[in-house]
Design a protein around this ligand. Structure first.
Ligand code: NI
Length: 255
């Protein structure tokens, strides 16, 4: 099992990160990918990666909710890090119209700049979008070339949107939202192209049922996997095997 998206460097894990990682390993997690947020999260993320090499893996990018008036300064720091060492992916990056629409133009500009870096370094992108899925798919359709790949993380869109993402040869990240009764994923998940699906938690956010509302952690990936298996009337083993293969492909991991 692979958690393709977890912010386990966040303050919420400060007290018990070792126990959290132990529980992940006991649950069968092989690797945890940690998307960056902005300049304030880099130190804690890289420290965790250093302590758990090959298990906790950092990516580098600027989250759309951290795109404000000073976003060029933020991007400069990201650019510097990308030049300094290798990262397996660029992200997370994207658009978010949920909290604050003031900087949407800057979000789009930051997205395009980070896509250019992804093309330059030939790395996949990790896309966050909230209440902005259509516009973000359209953006990727415009910027797509043979090298550009990635994942739409925390997918909760329609079958039609999923098909457009598949056509782009992008992956779909399923997390805790897939287990929420009101999310409508029971109708969408059976229709998904499973060769494009990866699993994630987005820890510490969006914990799956029955932990909804509490702190999320990578071990809960299995709850997401079980829900996907239930919706598709497939076995848990089958879902775990195909999504692990997909995650390895997405992040160009040599198994
Ligand atoms: Ni995230």
């Amino acid at each position: 099992m692979i958690d393709t998206h977890a912010h386990i460097y966040a303050d919420q894990f400060k007290e018990d990160i070792n126990e959290v990682l132990e529980r992940s390993q006991e649950a069968g997690i092989e690797r945890i990918y940690m998307p960056n947020i902005d300049h304030t999260s880099i130190d804690a993320m890289l420290e965790l990666e250093l302590k758990h090499p090959g298990f906790c893996i950092a990516t580098m990018g600027l989250h759309p909710c951290s795109v404000k008036a000073d976003f060029e300064k933020e991007l400069y720091i990201i650019e510097e890090w990308l030049g300094k060492r290798e990262f397996v992916a660029i992200g997370e990056m994207g658009t978010d119209l949920h909290w604050d629409k003031t900087f949407i133009d800057q979000q789009v500009e930051a997205f395009k700049i980070q896509v250019a870096w992804a093309k330059q370094y030939k790395k996949p992108i990790i896309i966050h979008c909230r209440e902005s899925l259509d516009m973000t798919i359209k953006l990727v359709e415009q910027l797509k070339d043979d090298d550009l790949t990635g994942v739409f993380h925390c997918f909760n869109g329609s079958v039609e949107q999923a098909n457009r993402i598949s056509k782009l040869d992008f992956h779909i990240g399923l997390g805790g939202v897939s287990t929420f009764k009101n999310a409508g994923m029971d109708v969408v998940i059976p229709e998904l192209d499973m060769s494009k699906v990866v699993l994630e938690t987005d820890s510490p956010y969006l914990a799956p049922v029955p932990h909804r509302g509490k702190r999320n952690e990578p071990a809960y990936v299995q709850l997401v996997a079980q829900k996907v298996a239930d919706y598709r009337e497939a076995s848990l083993e089958e879902i775990l095997s195909v999504t692990t293969d997909n995650a390895n492909k997405l992040f160009q991991f040599d198994a």
